[in-house]
Design a protein around this ligand. Structure first.
Ligand SMILES: [Zn+2]
Length: 270
């Protein structure tokens, strides 16, 4: 009882209660409708806040994804650079092997007394020298490639650092926004509990059933004689009883709770 009285005082303070009492001159349902409209407003805000909260995680993943993909770009360049360096070292070893072969052939040439064998060894030496020349060309190419990769790595490193810092800032902002939304939701939900405590159980159950089935558009106004939810045109009698507000009036088609306020044009169009 105390809570009811205090809410009444609160409403009166805001001019709502008086407005309902004096301007409307309507039945007891009007007060219930008024409470349910405030409840509906809370529920809309709760749903809206929950929707915003649901978007936080995908947004977080997108920010993290951006930073991760630029970092992956940098890692790829570094891996490539390592590969090139290792290829170049392998070439060095191959050159070394060829040089040793040449030395061996040279020694054999020195030891042989057969002209034919001497010429064959000279040919082998020539083949080795050509191979070395090709290996050295390839080494030069790889050195050039390594140099380019070095430059690429510097750029990619800068990009990764920028992306990392950007993501850090974005994630910090997002975390703050998430916390605000959570606080807001907690406040709204506790406010909702207070509001429902003041609504007759019977109407509340009806309202909540509709809320589950129809989403956040449970109480709808009548404008130009049609349902604000499904746009069904109403017979005059229904408009009259809605205006009288003596009982709960629902749409015969969609079941939503109907209400009327003086600003609405109630006239049924025949
Ligand atoms: Zn309807």
């Amino acid at each position: 009882m105390a809570r009811r009285a205090s809410i009444r005082i609160d409403l009166a303070r805001r001019g709502r209660y008086r407005l309902l009492q004096h301007r409307n001159r309507s039945g007891p349902m009007q007060q219930i409708i008024e409470k349910l409209l405030i409840l509906q407003d809370r529920d809309r805000r709760i749903m809206h806040t929950r929707e915003q909260l649901a978007r936080v995680q995908p947004e977080r993943e997108a920010f993290q994804g951006n930073a991760a993909s630029t970092q992956a770009g940098l890692d790829a360049v570094k891996t490539k650079a390592k590969q090139v360096e290792s290829d170049r070292k392998n070439l060095e070893l191959e050159v070394e092997t060829k040089k040793q072969q040449i030395a061996r052939y040279g020694l054999q040439q020195f030891q042989t007394k057969k002209n034919e064998e001497y010429r064959a060894l000279a040919h082998e030496i020539e083949v080795c020298k050509e191979a070395i020349s090709k290996l050295e060309d390839r080494q030069l190419e790889l050195m050039e490639e390594a140099e380019n990769l070095q430059k690429e790595a510097v750029i990619a490193g800068r990009e990764a650092e920028t992306a990392r810092k950007a993501a850090e800032g974005q994630l910090r902002e997002l975390a703050a926004r998430e916390q605000n939304l959570r606080n807001e939701l907690t406040a709204l939900e506790s406010n909702r509990n207070q509001l429902t405590a003041d609504v007759d159980e019977r109407f509340l159950r009806h309202y909540e059933r509709l809320l589950r089935n129809k989403g956040d558009n449970v109480l709808v106004g009548i404008e130009h004689g049609v349902c604000g939810g499904c746009h069904t045109r109403f017979p005059v009698q229904l408009l009259v009883s809605c205006r009288a507000a003596k009982e709960m009036v629902t749409c015969p088609n969609c079941g939503r709770i109907l209400y009327y306020s003086p600003s609405m044009d109630l006239a049924a169009v025949d």
